[in-house]
Write a protein that binds this ligand. Structure first.
Ligand code: PML
Ligand code: MG
Ligand code: MG
Ligand code: MG
Length: 258
């Protein structure tokens, strides 16, 4: 995009100490802003940090950084909501959708073993669908996808058109999934929230879109999950650098849905 410069505005909040000193992760957030709207973006992220269901943070950081790279405009993934009656049905559906997206069954099983082992990871896990190996080896940290947003007016237009309530949670998750799935090495993503009061999660892929599943865990559970299933990665650090550094704005037009 040409014209005014853009800034990445990001936040992370923790309790009982900073993340790097073993604190409990409370919340994170990503926005892209022009200079004129930086103070609103910072405000929104501070609001998110201090009103979170995982607790009151005693450490948080907001970082503002000029974006030098050109920003890619990407269409949002198609969204579908799958209503399920129980966590068991939801998890069974998630496994089926992963397989339909091209993740072999044994790798899906492997992913659930990894989830059980990495209960307090705050970023995403990268799993190779050929070998079942975890490609990020940052343990508790995982990979943080950054530099992405969806301008409010365009998001609201999209939400009205889709008859979907315009929640910021859906927006943030769909922005992230769209960025991650736009990379050719991403086969699928599996995610559910670490917030105790939010039980809807999703499986996303370029092939099947953003498939919301209304129950992937029980209320009160603070264990979340975010796994990127990847294939054919020659250079892990180039892939991670895309996730962390490539700036992306989601942009939707009515014509995209015809
Ligand atoms: C999160 O809260 O961090 C992830 C939320 C995933 C699901 C969002 C939705 O589609 O409702
Ligand atoms: Mg950012
Ligand atoms: Mg959360
Ligand atoms: Mg579309």
């Amino acid at each position: 995009m040409q014209g005014d410069p853009f800034y990445s505005v990001r936040m992370r909040a923790a309790k009982h100490n900073s993340h790097e000193n073993g604190g409990k992760h409370i919340s994170g957030g990503e926005m892209i802003s022009t200079y004129d709207t930086i103070k609103y973006a910072v405000n929104e992220l501070v609001e998110k940090a201090i009103t979170h269901s995982r607790g009151k943070p005693d450490f948080f950081q907001v970082q503002v950084e000029l974006i030098h790279e050109p920003i890619n405009l990407v269409k949002p993934l198609e969204v579908q909501t799958n209503e399920v009656e129980s966590v068991e049905c939801g998890q069974a559906l998630a496994r089926r959708i992963l397989e339909n997206s091209g993740v072999p069954k044994r790798i899906v099983e492997k992913a659930y073993e990894v989830i059980a082992e990495c209960s307090s990871i705050r970023g995403a896990i990268l799993l190779d669908i050929q070998t079942g190996q975890r490609l990020d080896n940052w343990n508790e940290k995982g990979v943080r996808v950054s530099r992405m947003d969806w301008l409010p007016s365009n998001f609201e237009k999209w939400a009205i058109h889709q008859h979907i309530p315009p929640s910021s949670r859906l927006k943030e998750a769909l922005v992230l999934a769209t960025k991650v799935c736009d990379h050719p090495a991403t086969i699928a993503e599996l995610c559910w929230s670490d917030d105790p009061d939010y039980i809807t999660g999703y499986v996303a892929s370029k092939k099947i879109g953003y498939q919301r599943i209304t129950r992937l865990k029980e209320y009160g559970d603070e264990q979340g999950c975010r796994i990127f299933f990847v294939d054919g990665i020659q250079n892990v650090s180039t892939y991670i650098s895309y996730l962390e550094k490539q700036p992306i704005l989601i942009q939707w037009g009515e014509d995209d849905d015809r």
